[in-house]
Design a protein around this ligand. Sequence first.
Ligand code: CA
Length: 512
Amino acid sequence: MSNHSAIDFIKTNIADNVGIVSNPSGLEKGTHLSNGIVLTEDIPMGHKLALEDLQQGDRVIRYGQIIGFTKTTITKGSWLNELNIEMPQPPELKDITYKKSETISQPPLEGYTFQGYKNADGSVGTKNVLAITESVQCVAGIANYVTQKIKKELLPLYPNVDDVVSLGHSYGCGVAIDVAAALVPIRTIKHIAQNPNFGDETMIIGLGCEKLRPERLLRDGDRNVNDTILYLQDEAFSGFEEIIDGIMKMAEDHLKRLNQKRRVTCPASDLVVGMQCGGSDAFSGLTANPAAGFASDLIVRAGGTVMFSEVTEVRDAIHLLVPRAENEQVAEALKNEMAWYDDYLFKGLADRSANTTPGNKKGGLSNIVEKALGSVAKSGTSTIVDVVSPGEKIKKKGLNFVATPSSDFVCGTLQLAAGMNVHVFMTGRGTPYGLPMVPVIKVSSNSKLSNRWFDLIDFDAGPIAFGTKTIEEMGWALFHLILDVASGTKKIATDKIGLYNDLVLFNPGPLT
Ligand code: CA
């Protein structure tokens, strides 16, 4: 990468035969590039330009990896996109054997801390939130109504509590509750209620006749049920007002306990960071994801936990991830999650190519192979210590693969269940995505976006593309921002405005 600020294109890897147009306004036909190539057509920012003459069927190489094969003869200086690149087959899982890659071990990072809320189970919150979950969607109207009422009437009386949130969802009844696939949404709802930011004080509102029994959402044997679960059909309540009064009374007890919590100095090893991207462009894999990957490595070196996810966006890079597994069992678990998802997509008459969006393609990502190679950069270089199935909680510190769909809101929901206390979200095209449960740090892959969305983006990794900042510099800056946001001293954009998405469960099981 050149250090010159007016470079026109970027080569991601020395072996690449394509360059990425970095000029914010694109490049016009006839432009003479520094390497002597003349553009044969207009090419927009973020898109690929052929650096060599290519014959039909030649390999197209980015990140030093094959991202496809040319469908026709391509003259150097031409635009390569989804119309003239044939997508390769995904790596066959059965052909990938485990051999641990040599890792350059980096020294542990000592002395980095943040101010967090310690919980009895050892987890640490970055917010102090009263959460209200539900066993079935039938109660959502009441849950939303009472959440607003608690916020208005009770929350001001408990100044150490940051917020009250309703963990509404679409599950609970009208489902085949006993099939194996039902375990995914059920354990997701249960584990979200245990997120470190809720201080083990989550209330459960049930209806009474639903299939998902509220008791299934409790922690194993450590709770006073009467203090935590309230049934709307309880015969003690006569009418709406009495139901609301009952919930308000229960909320007061929980708020009193939460209000006793104070932020204390916690080591960076208490961070549990969920990495995700959405609305990616060709810069995502060049700037935002590598900077996030550098920050991931720093968190792991500090003894903390990082999760990366999005099965369809790692599937085509799985051959690069398997050698990073801690041991044979972790390698097998990684491949098993890929195989499960291949099968899930196959049954839906789809495959991983269904992942890429019109926006991805407009942003220069021709197919899922190119997107995946850029996407896994957010996992850094650390060893993968464990693999977590959808809806399960993380058990080990270090870098975890948490298997989820790539859909932003579904992935975020599952990362909440896994126990994340800070979310880092990379975007190239731009999304207002936010969650009220954990802070969501939004990282832009290009400065054009962060300039336009100056009040929606928290961190711009764009300068990496122009060589004015290195990946290392941006990675450290992001690491420090994560600590500040975790401490509550720096407020993120979506929290300032109050922009929040819904929780969206992953339910691979049938409805009835
Ligand atoms: Ca995503």
